[in-house]
Design a protein around this ligand. Structure first.
Ligand SMILES: Nc1ncnc2c1ncn2[C@@H]1O[C@H](COP(=O)(O)OP(=O)(O)OP(=O)(O)O)[C@@H](O)[C@H]1O
Length: 254
């Protein structure tokens, strides 16, 4: 009779199903193919960084994922549903929230009221107010709740932009250059905040030009150039990939 050998080798937990997928997404503007046949997957709690030189197609891909641009070909799914042709607002209600590169709060409304506008898409009355306030606490703006949005500095405007997205209670967050332009301490605070949100289970797609931010935050990086996938994988592997180095520095630096 053979003794049962205890299973001492830890098995990794099975990977969660992707929350967001893109399959062969292509976007053409007239004669320009801004995004060519890009596929990706983001799981809950995972941060995907999109990088690439100017004009690479990052924003266009980001807009195709969030519904602000219609793909010419390919498919986008969220939580197992085909959302390729779903409008941005309907996607937001489904749990896909985005921030904008140029933040655009209602300047005359208070910080809390700005977040309430988003919270009202999910809840009514007192519940919406409580949710909005707790989101402000989460992003460190609770002490500014009654201040007009117009009085916020850039770092706080970015936090307000994030708070508006979080008030939608998303499962997937799309961040369009949330960190560029901030001073180093504010960058660090934003990095810590985004990391905490992902650890809480949010999937994140971020377009960001600051390389060290992308490198430290992302679990997975996609580098594009001329609309195409140049390299993808672990941040360090992508950053040192010869094609990526060439795309950023130009062929003169070979
Ligand atoms: N609405 C549009 N109409 C026509 N061409 C467009 C449109 N939007 C983007 N493009 C073109 O698509 C290509 C990709 O642009 P996109 O803005 O997606 O790149 P990007 O990687 O986000 O660049 P950047 O880092 O400079 O923001 C560029 O050649 C751009 O000129």
């Amino acid at each position: 009779m053979t003794a049962t050998v205890p299973d001492l080798i830890p098995h990794p937990a099975p990977a969660a199903a992707p929350l967001l997928t893109a399959e062969g997404v292509t976007v053409r503007f007239g004669g320009v193919t801004a995004v060519k046949n890009i596929s990706l997957a983001v799981r809950p709690g995972e941060i995907l960084g999109l990088i690439g030189p100017n004009g690479a197609g990052k924003t266009t891909l980001f807009n195709a994922l969030t519904g602000f641009v219609r793909p010419s070909a390919g498919r986008v799914t969220f939580a197992g549903r085909d959302v390729t042709h779903v409008q941005p607002q309907a996607r937001a209600k489904m749990g896909m929230a985005r921030t904008f590169q140029v933040e655009r709060p209602f300047e005359d409304l208070s910080v809390l009221e700005n977040v309430l506008v988003a919270a009202f898409l999910r809840h009514r009355g007192r519940v919406a107010e409580d949710r909005a306030y707790s989101v402000l606490e989460r992003v460190g703006l609770a002490d500014r709740a009654t201040q007009p949005a117009s009085q916020l500095n850039l770092a706080r405007r970015r936090r307000l932009e994030l708070a508006k997205a979080l008030a939608l209670e998303p499962r997937m967050l799309f961040l369009d250059e949330s960190i560029a332009g901030l001073n180093p301490p504010a960058q660090q605070e934003m990095v810590a905040l985004i990391r905490t949100l992902a650890q809480g289970g949010l999937g994140v797609v971020m377009v960001e030009h600051i390389m060290h931010v992308i490198m430290s935050l992302s679990d997975h990086v996609i580098c594009m150039a001329f609309g195409e996938l140049l390299a993808e994988g672990h941040p360090q592997a992508v950053a040192t990939h010869p094609d990526v180095v060439r795309a950023y520095l130009g062929d003169d630096h070979d």
